[in-house]
Design a protein around this ligand. Structure first.
Ligand SMILES: Nc1ncnc2c1ncn2[C@@H]1O[C@H](COP(=O)(O)OP(=O)(O)O)[C@@H](O)[C@H]1O
Ligand SMILES: [Mg+2]
Length: 443
């Protein structure tokens, strides 16, 4: 029987697939991104003359049990991974160029020697020369003695070579830096194209599962800054991590968008410096500005996975001459700021329309937790009315459209943590009924 090559049309931007070619992707709206794609019979598809094998579910489950994890050497990364890397886990890590992916991963390899010294690590780089990499290793104080390197770009050649390494020596982590720099020969599409990336990743996944090595694959983000990468790449891996941070700042945050082996709501904090990535185990110390009382400041607590992080919101409110006053929100969604301003206007009768308003979360933290609402309102209120709130007073509360303060989950846990850190007063739904309560607060 003839093996059929299935043809699909795939959008290189969002990964949606279609039965026929289209000029514009109906899913993401991009033009000229749909390319014809032949799924090779070798790419894991069951060919027409192959017979799938079945096994009792019980044994499948038994095989799925992962004995022990490989610590990354960073508590902060292990927290995101759920205790470390599983032995055949495939992790896709993406982030903007220069954010520190290669730096972080090289340090992870550096830590391997200390934590599991019988293991060999491998760094495959299609991006950098070995000289560049060893210079970086020197700067990061990474002992390269237990790290194998290859700069090959053909994935077949790489995996054949890797098989030799794995057979000879117990191999733990293998870094593929980057997915877009490798190719499968004979496959249509330039290196870096979606078609190539998919085929290359598939080979890596097969290899990792077969040989029980942890594969960490670096993926470039799309030009739109698509954070988690195309959807069909996500489906193929166990874990999708994203490394984010502002170019000018030193803070770096690792988040998991998908994690078969652990949580997805945990974040890991790092500080990027000349010696590489240092973990920030107590992020509150990094984000919280305890120094002095000032107008426009309010302390907040936000939930990041099971952890609570405390930070400072700063606000600057200045008279405007513009018909549409400026609203600039850094570290939070601008729409959230707009909403809080509307609430302050309606329920506290504050003349927000007459002011340009800037808000910022100190330390470069990005706040998505609605629990920050009350602190955001307090910071703007403070700057507008010149009323000072002590940094030792904490604001915790989601503000509803009626100006009400909603009771939050985990409040007692956050309260306890706040007292431990030295906060003196905590303002929340337990002692402020609605937003007008801001007026009555002392200090
Ligand atoms: N000698 C150095 N001292 C301090 N920082 C450096 C040095 N060389 C590079 N960096 C920093 O490391 C960053 C590159 O990080 P890298 O790990 O290569 O990022 P990625 O792999 O995500 O592209 C640069 O943007 C720069 O800020
Ligand atoms: Mg890099």
């Amino acid at each position: 029987m003839k093996s059929r090559n299935k043809v699909a049309f795939v959008c290189t931007n969002c990964g949606s697939s279609f039965a026929s070619w289209l000029g514009r992707c109906p899913d993401c709206g991009e033009w000229n991104t749909i390319t014809e794609y032949k799924e090779a019979a070798a790419s894991g598809e069951v060919g027409s003359n192959e017979v799938a094998s079945f096994a009792p579910l019980k044994t499948v489950l038994k095989d799925e049990v992962h004995p022990g994890k490989r610590p990354s050497g960073y508590q902060e990364l292990d927290r995101v991974l759920g205790g470390g890397f599983a032995e055949d886990q495939v992790v896709l890590i993406s982030g903007e160029p220069g954010v520190g992916k290669s730096t972080l991963l090289l340090s992870v390899l550096g830590h391997q020697k200390k934590t599991a010294d019988s293991l060999r690590s491998v760094y495959i780089s299609s991006e950098e020369e070995p000289r560049q990499l060893s210079k970086r290793a020197e700067r990061l104080n990474v002992d390269t003695g237990a790290i194998y390197f290859s700069g090959a770009k053909s994935v077949e050649a790489l995996l054949s070579g890797l098989e030799e390494v794995v057979k000879k020596e117990k191999t733990g982590l293998v870094i593929f830096d980057s997915l877009q720099g490798m190719y499968l020969s004979g496959n249509t599409g330039l290196p870096g194209s979606m078609n190539q990336s998919k085929e290359v990743l598939l080979r890596i996944v097969e290899f990792a599962k077969k040989h029980k090595v942890t594969a960490i694959v670096v993926g470039h983000i799309t030009k739109e800054g698509d954070i988690a990468g195309p959807k069909f790449l996500e489906h193929m891996v166990d874990t999708v991590l994203f490394l984010e941070g502002e170019r000018m700042g030193s803070l770096r945050i690792v988040r998991a968008f998908k994690n078969r082996y652990g949580p997805t709501d945990e974040v890991g904090f790092f500080e990027m410096g000349a010696e590489g990535m240092a973990e920030v185990v107590n992020p509150s110390a990094f984000f919280l500005d305890w120094e002095g009382k000032a107008v426009g400041k309010a302390s907040i607590g936000v939930r990041q996975g099971v952890r609570v992080v405390f930070a400072t919101v700063e606000s600057l409110v200045v008279a405007t001459s513009l018909a549409f006053p400026k609203r600039v929100a850094k570290g939070m969604d601008g729409k959230r700021l707009e909403l809080i301003l509307a609430i302050l206007k309606k329920y506290l009768k504050l003349p927000v329309d007459k002011f340009d308003i800037y808000v910022n979360v100190s330390g470069g933290l990005r706040v998505d937790d609605p629990l920050a609402d009350l602190g955001l309102a307090a910071a703007v209120f403070s700057s507008l009315t010149n009323k000072v709130f002590s940094p030792r007073n904490l604001f915790l509360g989601e503000v509803g459209l009626l100006g009400n303060i909603r009771p939050a989950s985990a409040l007692s846990r956050i309260n306890k943590e706040a007292r431990r850190l030295g906060f003196i007063k905590v303002y929340s739904s337990q002692n402020i009924r609605d937003i007008t309560g801001l007026k009555q607060l002392s200090d």
